[in-house]
Ligand binder design. Structure first.
Ligand SMILES: Cc1cc2nc3c(=O)[nH]c(=O)nc-3n(C[C@H](O)[C@H](O)[C@H](O)COP(=O)(O)OP(=O)(O)OC[C@H]3O[C@@H](n4cnc5c(N)ncnc54)[C@H](O)[C@@H]3O)c2cc1C
Length: 467
């Protein structure tokens, strides 16, 4: 029997298999009104509800969620709470280096903020602050790692450290690792415990949460569902990878898949051979990169790209994952830790993230219509959603005359606009071409042991609009 023969596939995610699906909340039952409507019950929507309600307890806030809170990426991710934000370098080009440093600083603080609020509100999300360790295992990856390290330092990350092969192995013994970079601005967490805890906190504060209530259309001051329309001066779209399903939003953010596996719990002897006592979140410098964590119950949860994108922006089937993707992720696990070749993969699942045409996350409130949105986080949303939510709060408060400009409303990602994705088949061809090229570039770098990054990957970046 192979390591993946008895793998549970889908069922939303491994994190739900552990704790069970939450008890359903009542759907909307007819027309209603509110001061703020939030569409989508993931981290973005729930953090936004949380901060708005804390700032103005009398505000009537309604969250409308198509399935259940945490159904999307917020209930399926790798649990890297870290300080990365999609688009920072482009924002530096558009608004200057200093503006991008402020964004980075805000992200560093956001990691602390999530840990702080989770503690204060009694949300036990298995948070462990071990920082983020990213390793290189080819000469080309090492060159990229060093450049990446220097680049991050230029954004004021003074505490970041660069390690050689020996120091890397002292933390985690990744096969053939030649170096790594570590930042303290990161923590491992259990994504589902965070999102379900947050939903409960928000509800206890007096926010109305309707589940099994899909919004079919968002209009100025109205969110339309099959069960009624909720009217409010502000309608905030927090639908990330599912945005394409909304009327008029097909080409706004491309729904990109990310897939994960979780092993069975490892034995103390297996952990002995790997190290990883610091429980850092672990990543690499491959073009088609991987990300992993040591879970609270001593498994490895590891993710990467599977089938990156489905034709016509189709989104989800409750996390079911192709056998070839499961095999590919298992290969990465064994590539990293050859001694785990026989370890069983307990669970595999997938989710969708939102990718804007220029790969830049944004927070926007349109003053004329009262329509707001936040997202396009690509693969970095566990912390970013919290910063986005506090920013949405400030934008709503400023617009309604409750507050003025704040540090957050002046960040460079606020009210950033970008063109839509190309129509099909160009969307599908572009994204599949990009990831096929990344995989080829990674293979070549591994085989040739070349020092420079493959030129192929740079071409793919340019075609995709990443740089
Ligand atoms: C497999 C995977 C691994 C990841 N790993 C990491 C990681 O380790 N670290 C990191 O920083 N980021 C990671 N991410 C990204 C991160 O999870 C997301 O950026 C973040 O969860 C986005 O939160 P959100 O609330 O904006 O979106 P979501 O969590 O997707 O929430 C959107 C919600 O809106 C609901 N919805 C959608 N459309 C409608 C509608 N029409 N009507 C009503 N409700 C609707 C959905 O059901 C969903 O609950 C990962 C993502 C995936 C998929």
């Amino acid at each position: 029997m192979s390591s993946t023969d008895a793998t549970i596939n889908g069922g939303i995610s491994f994190w739900y298999a552990q704790v069970g699906l939450p008890a359903p909340r009542e759907p909307l039952s007819g027309d209603a009104s509110a001061d703020v409507v939030i569409v989508g019950g993931g981290y973005t929507g729930l953090w936004t509800a949380y901060y708005l309600k804390k700032a103005a307890p009398s505000l009537r806030i309604t969250v409308l969620e198509q399935k259940f809170c945490g159904y999307g990426a917020s209930g399926r991710n790798g649990g890297w709470l870290y300080n990365g934000v999609a688009g920072r370098d482009r924002y530096a080009k558009l608004h200057g280096h200093e503006a991008a440093v402020r964004l980075q600083q805000a992200m560093n603080d956001t990691v602390d903020e999530v840990v702080r609020v989770a503690g204060e509100e009694g949300v036990d999300a298995d948070i462990h602050r071990g920082g983020v360790l990213e390793v290189a295992y080819t000469p080309a990856q090492l060159a990229r790692l060093k450049a990446f390290h220097e680049h991050e330092l230029s954004y004021g990350e003074d505490e970041r450290e660069l390690y050689g092969a020996r120091e890397t192995a002292e933390r985690i013994r990744v096969a053939d690792a030649v170096g790594s970079t570590w930042t303290p601005h990161g923590a491992r967490l259990n994504p589902v415990k965070l999102v379900t805890g947050l939903a409960a906190v928000v509800e206890s504060l007096g926010v109305t949460v309707h589940e099994s209530t899909p919004v079919t259309e968002i209009r100025p001051r109205a969110a339309v569902t099959p069960y009624g329309t909720v009217r409010a001066p502000y309608i905030l779209r927090c639908t990330e990878g599912f945005t394409a399903n909304l009327s008029g939003q097909k080409r706004t953010w491309l729904p990109m898949n990310s897939s994960m596996i979780a092993t069975e719990p490892l034995t103390p002897a297996q952990w002995e051979s790997i190290g990883w006592e610091g429980r850092e979140t672990l990543g690499d410098m491959a073009h088609a990169y991987m990300y992993a964590q040591r879970t609270a119950d001593d498994r490895i949860a590891l993710g990467g790209r599977g089938v990156p994108y489905r034709f016509g922006s189709r989104t989800d089937n409750d996390g079911r994952t192709q056998a070839s993707t499961i095999e590919a992720l298992h290969e990465i696990l064994v590539r990293f830790f050859p001694s785990l070749a026989g370890v069983r993969v307990a669970h595999a699942w997938s989710g969708v993230l939102g990718v804007p045409r220029d790969w830049c996350a944004t927070v926007t409130l349109d003053r004329a219509t009262g329509l707001g949105w936040a997202g396009g986080y690509v693969g970095s949303g566990v912390a970013t959603t919290n910063l986005a939510a506090r920013t949405l709060r400030d934008l709503v408060q400023r617009d309604s005359g409750q507050a003025g400009d704040t540090e957050l409303t002046s960040l460079p990602w606020v009210n950033h606009r970008v063109r839509k994705w190309e129509p099909e088949p160009f969307r599908w061809l572009g994204v599949h071409g990009m990831y096929a090229t990344y995989r080829t570039a990674d293979r070549r770098e591994l085989e040739l042991r070349s020092v420079g990054s493959s030129r192929l990957a740079r071409v793919a970046d340019r075609v995709a609009g990443r740089h």
